[in-house]
Write a protein that binds this ligand. Structure first.
Ligand SMILES: Cc1ncc(COP(=O)(O)O)c(C=O)c1O
Length: 373
């Protein structure tokens, strides 16, 4: 039991602590969200659901908090509440907000033309940097978003292998084109059997005919995958996956699972696509493929690549990628490889690999100890 004096001391210490927290401008008590609320109501009158991407309102009941600026690791909302930003724009801001290297790279490039509409030396330079970092990147092709990168990769795989179906896993998200919007969520009540999971469209509006081009498999289950691939081998062009599942909470691949998938793909002459939009330039300099030592045939990168600028890349085997070109495999986009985003990517990759990839080094035990305080 506390004595009365001890209880009073504990209480006054707690009060003092709270006052110190309130006094520190970086840790205010979050009490007021009125401007976020009012602005969201206005947004709903002009933008469908009040946002340009469903995830920005989905699961933000009763209304989303709206940010007005960010610097480094912090963001400020419309009501002047300040936060440590763990959202980091869904993974894009690997260097935080308004990193000086990115700000100056974009500013300098804007003064020399945001986009030139031709191949540029900067494009070759960033491609070379990616090749030096990503183990399977024998060639590189730029686009703007993760959605575009996976869409292009799927088409490249289909054209190269000459089959139409794509195998994707339950719970994996690969962007917003129809070919991959199946079983992004697989609620257990309708998920089906392990060896023949239900195929669940994520939205209305996806043609039935597209569903016929998609085969669903359970992830992290080698035996189930082998059965599904064997059954559909004559039709499957590629297996696509997030090598670390980040879109259904973070689920690591079981030991040697990625190696087993690589073997299954090789045994049935099916291409393996790693969607490294979340893991790329984050898990290791060369993404999950470097971290786990498994080389896919094609890979997709976005998010961290541009440190906040919209740029993406498809990379892969030279014999596959070199089939892209006029009259062969189609690839295009007005904004692909634009100089402004390439400048941001160059700055981001330079910062990430500074001092022998220091940003990726595992922390020492003494650093871990100091973080506990
Ligand atoms: C694994 C993965 N792939 C693809 C995408 C699509 O990328 P984007 O939103 O840039 O189109 C995302 C986006 O969250 C993703 O997490």
């Amino acid at each position: 039991m506390f004595t009365k004096l001890e209880a009073e001391n504990a209480l006054s210490q707690a009060r003092a602590q709270t006052e110190r927290r309130i006094a520190r401008p970086s840790l205010p008590l979050l009490t007021n969200f009125s401007r976020s609320y009012a602005t969201y109501q206005e947004a709903r009158r002009h933008l469908p659901s009040g946002a340009s991407s469903n995830i920005r309102v989905h699961a933000h009941d009763p209304f989303p908090i709206l940010f007005k600026n960010g610097l480094g690791s912090r963001v400020r909302d419309l009501d002047e509440n300040e936060y440590v930003d763990l959202l980091i724009a869904y993974g894009a801001l690997i260097l935080g907000h308004a990193h000086p290297a990115i700000v100056s790279a974009i500013t300098d490039q804007l003064q020399n033309g945001s986009m030139l509409g031709t191949t540029t030396e900067l494009e070759i330079e960033v491609a070379k940097k990616i090749q030096s970092m990503v183990p399977s990147a024998e060639m590189v092709s730029f686009s703007n978003t993760g959605t575009e990168a996976t869409m292009e990769a799927v088409r490249i795989a289909r054209a190269f292998i000459g089959r139409e179906k794509l195998l994707k896993f339950e719970g994996h998200y690969h962007g917003h084109h129809d070919y991959v919007l199946f079983s992004v969520e697989s609620p257990s009540v309708v998920a089906g059997l392990e060896q023949s999971p239900s195929k669940l469209p994520f939205y209305p509006g996806i043609p039935e005919e597209i569903a016929k081009t998609v085969v669903i498999a359970k992830w992290n289950d080698t035996a189930a995958l082998e059965k599904v691939v064997r059954r559909n081998a004559a039709d499957i062009a590629a297996i696509i996956m997030e090598p670390v599942l980040g879109s259904s909470g973070v689920i690591l691949p079981d030991e040697d699972y990625l190696k087993s998938v690589r073997e299954i793909a090789d045994n049935y002459d099916v291409l393996l696509i790693f969607d490294e939009v979340l893991t790329g330039f984050r898990l290791a300099p060369g993404g999950a493929q470097e971290f786990y030592g498994v080389k896919p045939d094609l890979s997709c990168f976005a998010k961290a690549l541009g440190g906040g600028a919209p740029i993406a890349a498809v990379t892969g085997r030279r014999d596959i990628m070199s089939m892209i070109g006029p009259g062969r495999i189609g690839y295009g986009g007005t904004y692909n490889g634009n100089s402004m985003c390439l400048a941001a990517a160059k700055a981001t990759l330079r910062e990430l690999t500074r001092n022998d990839d220091e940003a990726f080094s595992t922390c020492t035990p003494s650093e871990q100890e100091s973080w506990k305080d």
